[in-house]
Design a protein around this ligand. Sequence first.
Ligand code: SF4
Ligand code: SF4
Length: 462
Amino acid sequence: MRQTSAGPRAVRGTWLRRLLGGLGVRVRFESFGGIVALERPPLLAFVDQAFLRRLGFREHPRWGEARSTLSAPTEVHMTLTRACPVGCRGCYVDAAEPAPGELSTAAACAVLDDLAAAGVLHVAMGGGESYVRPDLFDIASHARQLGMVPNVTTSGLGMTQDLARRSRVFGQVNVSVDGLAGWDDSAGRPRGSWEVAERALELLRRARVRTGVNCVVTRQNVERLDELARAVRRLGVREVEFLRIKPTGRGTTDYGRRVLTREQARGVYPRILALARSARIRPRIDCSFLPMACHHAPDLGRMKLLGMLGCEAGHHLASVDSVGRVHACSFLEDGRTLPRGLAAEWDAADALVDYRHYRDRAPEPCASCAYLSICGGGCRAVSRFLTGDPFRPDPECPRVEDWSAARAQGSRAVAGSGPLLGDPPDQCAEAGDPVVPPHHGRQPGEPRASDSGDTEPGEIVV
Ligand code: SF4
Ligand code: SF4
């Protein structure tokens, strides 16, 4: 008997759907289709409705919605405490003592309940120093029970065999490393920080916890990043996320002394690509480094395919601080308490909406930039610090610098010259394949972007 094509496909789809559930794959429905999330290997794929139907999913009410933004962030950064005994001079949250009124265990878990109800997939926990909270593992376990993946960042201070073993609850533990022994003041960390981080990484490795390293790139350490990458690779770390320094918290104090020079900023992307190959690490660059990557005119289609995204404040990303206020990003401090919670207020909260729509309202030279859709205009925190207005184009973006300089000279040549002003070339002339950013996905409506953590050395993830 001749079967209709719909029959076998539907059976196969149901089977596939069950298999995905058994493998821990999560699907969040969106107006364009949905987001498929996998913890190991880390994957965030934006897929269309047709793709989900082929997997056996039926119509979802969101598929009829006319919206161009996500129904909730994919990732939320949660500052668990401002307490930290390390005292880095460049700390972006100005951590030292706990803030008055920090979330109790129950309140932190209630925040997680709200995030889970909204559909958040990842919660990146940090501080201050998260490990000073005695209830850290209770909070992380609660996130797990709700189906979210908790990650955490630490200086490594106080790590013990027992803490390392209990850290298996996290999807990944990232240890901050901005310099090695004897380096002079790489990012304002006190002497001995490398030894602390090295020991923590070793304990975590022995406990079979997935680890990564966060490295704030400064004027002081940028020329030595290859040494740093080789050192952490020797400790078994494969993933290093390179972060742009942000002028917030104590980071404002000597920002001008630590921020990359103009030449260093323009060269940082190919530098990271090169060291990724030589040290055989998997590099990530943070969202705020996108303008420095775009300066090298990497292939736009490939960047989209890898899910590379720049500023996603208030859209793919939001943050909750240690007293429960919600911000568009942990480097933007103008958030507020949402009395009805994130799930209920996501669409309208003015602390989020303006950031979410930067791309629609971007001024020049972002407006005519071929990379606006992925870059998002650079870092809003840097713009606010340097111009007083978070919605100005990032003044440290090379294209913005050149545009501003040309305007200052009264040049007519700006709009229409330079590699970023028209369509980008197919290949990156200097830099080769792109690095990928951390946990962001891709614009709704554009299916099949992925953020796999299993790129090869020499390929960057944002
Ligand atoms: S001009 Fe704007 S959108 Fe383009 S790379 Fe620079 S900051 Fe990003
Ligand atoms: S403001 Fe935007 S680019 Fe800057 S750190 Fe936050 S999300 Fe990233």
